[in-house]
Write a protein that binds this ligand. Structure first.
Ligand SMILES: NC(=O)c1ccc[n+]([C@@H]2O[C@H](COP(=O)([O-])OP(=O)(O)OC[C@H]3O[C@@H](n4cnc5c(N)ncnc54)[C@H](O)[C@@H]3O)[C@@H](O)[C@H]2O)c1
Ligand SMILES: O=P(O)(O)OC[C@H](O)CO
Length: 339
């Protein structure tokens, strides 16, 4: 029988990694954050603060280090909370230090160079993808750090691993639901960021709730079509990691993706909107890859396509709207038809 407190390392001491570390500490686990700079680690260890979470005092059980290698072999679980474009640089140095019986948990909602986070981790650490647990849901760090109630999906094809990880983060205010569909959770976590860019852009143009609800609903259809084509379970998209996270990200000014889109909608350029962002905009990084994946799978994703036109081809938010409204008329519903 496993003891109640686990030893957990969180790689990435930013907003979500630090917040998730607090969740784990609140349950009674021993948590160490890996920060890449001494300043971030020092602020956590000496003052229990983080520049990523202004005004927050962290539990004393959360500590940080810049030298995590000696701690990895003793850990029960390793959490990856890095932005998607940092994974290929940051992860390989830990190859050989993590074994298959340890739990590896991904919090990163990204698709980088055509690879979902669990694929990148599996390759970097030479372990089967189906041993990696994905945690995804309507989980804005700034709300969870204040211990506001929220639920999440803890998903792993090896169900026992999801159960084990779920117990570690079952903090009461943070409520895990279990799934074996980690692929569906990853698809949803990536596509919702792209859709949030479009919804934010519409809001930034001054458009109202009818427009945002239209984009959210059709965005759900896009996400579901792609997920089904890739082999995910359709139910996932109607759950917390699907419509749950989509609605949070598309309606909150705390979302970096929505806020980025909002700034585009009010006329900022892509570089200006990126400079104004308070953190990684995964949708900006992943939209092209999502579209390529959709094209390979023969799936139509018009909202994603119009976001790519804005990010990569200099289209304005107004052109994005015109293009979407000019499309051929379709049947309503989350259809699995690919045309
Ligand atoms: N913030 C949220 O509300 C939230 C919620 C759920 C999921 N996520 C996902 O979590 C991931 C991280 O987001 P975040 O909000 O914590 O970002 P963040 O910018 O707040 O933190 C990222 C951290 O990674 C570190 N980092 C960056 N590159 C690195 C490298 N090469 N080596 C080592 N460390 C490096 C940064 O120094 C920083 O501490 C993203 O994929 C995001 O989509 C975020
Ligand atoms: O700030 P965003 O847009 O990266 O969204 C954060 C989380 O993914 C919301 O669940």
């Amino acid at each position: 029988m496993e003891t109640q407190s686990a030893r957990i390392i969180v790689l990435g001491a930013g907003a979500w990694g630090t917040t998730f570390a607090q969740v784990l500490a609140d349950v009674g686990n021993y948590v160490t954050l890996w920060a890449r700079d001494e300043r971030t680690a020092g602020a956590i260890n000496e003052f229990h603060t983080s520049k990523y979470l202004p005004g927050v005092v962290l539990p004393r059980k959360v500590s940080a280090t810049t030298t995590v290698e000696p701690l990895l072999s003793e850990a029960d679980g390793i959490v990856v909370a890095l932005p998607s474009d940092a994974l290929q640089e940051a992860l390989p140095k830990f190859l050989g230090l993590i074994t298959e019986d340890q739990e590896v948990i991904s919090l990163t909602k990204g698709l980088f160079h055509g690879q979902f986070t669990s694929q990148i981790i599996a390759e970097a650490w030479d372990r089967p993808r189906d041993t990696i647990t994905v945690i995804s849901g309507p989980n804005l760090a700034n709300e969870i750090i204040a211990r506001q109630p929220a639920a999440t999906v803890v998903a792993c094809p090896q169900a026992e691993r999801a159960k084990r990880v779920g117990k570690w983060c079952d903090a009461g205010y943070f409520r895990p639901y279990y799934s074996v569909d980690s692929l569906g959770c990853e698809v949803a976590g990536v596509v919702k960021n792209v859709i949030a860019l479009a919804v934010g852009a519409a809001a930034g143009m001054g458009l109202g709730k009818n427009t945002s609800s239209t984009l959210i609903t059709r965005g759900l259809a896009e996400m579901t079509r792609l997920g089904l084509a890739l082999g995910a379970n359709g139910e996932t998209f109607l759950g917390l990691a699907g419509i749950g996270d989509l609605s949070t990200t598309c309606t909150s000014e705390l979302s970096r993706n929505y806020s980025f889109g909002f700034n585009i909608g009010r006329g900022l350029t892509v570089p200006q909107a990126l400079a104004a962002s308070k953190g990684p905009c995964e949708g900006v990084k992943s939209c092209q890859s999502v579209l390529e994946l959709a094209n390979q799978a023969g799936v139509e994703m018009p909202i994603t396509e119009s976001v790519v036109d804005v990010i990569k081809h200099g289209h304005t938010a107004a052109q994005m709207g015109e293009r979407l409204l000019g499309r051929a008329r379709k049947r309503d519903g989350v259809s699995i038809e690919l045309v």
